[in-house]
Ligand binder design. Sequence first.
Ligand SMILES: [Zn+2]
Length: 206
Amino acid sequence: MAEQAEQHEHDENPNPKVIGEEPDLTKGTARPITVVGNPVLHREVKDVTAFDGELSALIDDMFQSMYAAEGVGLAANQIGVDLKVFVYDCPDDEGVRHIGHVINPKLEDYPADRRRVLDDGNEGCLSVPTAYAELARPDFAAVTGVDKDGRPIRVEGTGFFARCLLHETDHLYGTLYIDKLSKRDRKDALRQMAEGTPRYATVPNE
Ligand SMILES: [Zn+2]
């Protein structure tokens, strides 16, 4: 997911609380980002079954790619990899910074009392460069999955971080946020993308 420039750039919090661990940025290499139209973004990708050094190296590359593109979340198919992995380094609305990765994520059903609480917010995606659109999302989300060692994990979030968890999980099942927009808003997002120039390397579509 793309950073939400106007809302999160100026959070005045000199010592934000951090949940998770910052990645080792001496590892990994940034890769170019796939964009809307690339088939790998439009289908469900595969479950991870091998928990090995290759998977760790993929996660390192994903963090590097996300930071290079100034994103707050990245799914593996956004660097062209057909595996259910996402990484995030994303603030919530209380200024808490969440950092981590989830493998084979599944969204939990929302508790009934929270299901109707929607946040209207601006959303963007590194795979739809330079476009933003308003999209209502639940203000709470929880995903279960495993970490790179195959241990079960659960990650939950509110506000902007809930939006991130939903957005990244959607990616791994082949859904982009623009697929959830009205026809007109989707067209407008694609127009913004056509008119803009991404500040990071992208994979050209064939
Ligand atoms: Zn995205």
